[in-house]
Design a protein around this ligand. Sequence first.
Ligand SMILES: [Zn+2]
Length: 299
Amino acid sequence: MQIADAKLLKEKLGEILVDGPLYRKFAYTGRDCHFTRRGAMPGTDRYGELPSELRMICGNAKCKAPEWWKVSSDEVFFGSDFIKQRRYTCKNCGQSTQHYEFIWQENKDVNLFIKVGQWPPSSIDPSPELEKALGPEDSELYKKGLVNFQFGYGIGAVAYFRRVLENKINALLDLIAEAARNESIANEHIASIEDVKNSHRVEDKIVVASKILPAHLKPGGHNPLDKLYAPLSAGLHGESDDECLETFAEARFVFEYLFKNLTESNEEARKYVQRLSAPGSQEKPAQAGQAEQGEKLKK
Ligand SMILES: [Zn+2]
């Protein structure tokens, strides 16, 4: 991969540090994304910059949310230790720390960055909402998928993910259908949900789900459900561990995004309707309510 400037490199390194598996080689070309310290001895003067801040969940009782974490020092000299270390500290509580160990080399042809250590380890626990939606059995399979991913076993990760997807695609269809109804989308495909739920082909279910997915869940016109096809065949047709890691990461993002957003917006819509239909409410929920609710969901 050709990296043109330091900004792009920081983005990639940020992804690797926060979500990337251990021991996976990130090889890239380009020298303009690195720097030279003036006045330093040649051979020891080249350095790269880590992202000065990372966005990660903080488990501290004061935070319990995504926070910004600041690095102890963002400049990393290539001529220093073979295994390099940095610490990121949560800016909100000032207490939680995340330590990383990595190899980072500037070479004539291909540069290399490998995350080789992380403490505390990445959580393999799904979010409480997702865990509830998955149930105990599929939560366990999902966690096994994440463990495989963290150690770079992409083929194993997609195999576990595929099983969870097969088991939970009907639940996802129900959530999407409810969201579509809440938006008062007149859609003949909503009716086909019950039929396709009995099908054994996950692919068919994704096709129907794509047709009724409300527009606010298709940012920029992209249909996130497209990303769910890849894990169905990945690893079965000779894809490498590395390719499967990409597939898993993208599918996982979409899967969690949809479950979280659909669960929240459906819940919100339910409360809204309940409130409007409560005795004493001045509005007629069937008219004023639905229009406003549609607006609300689009945000
Ligand atoms: Zn914190």
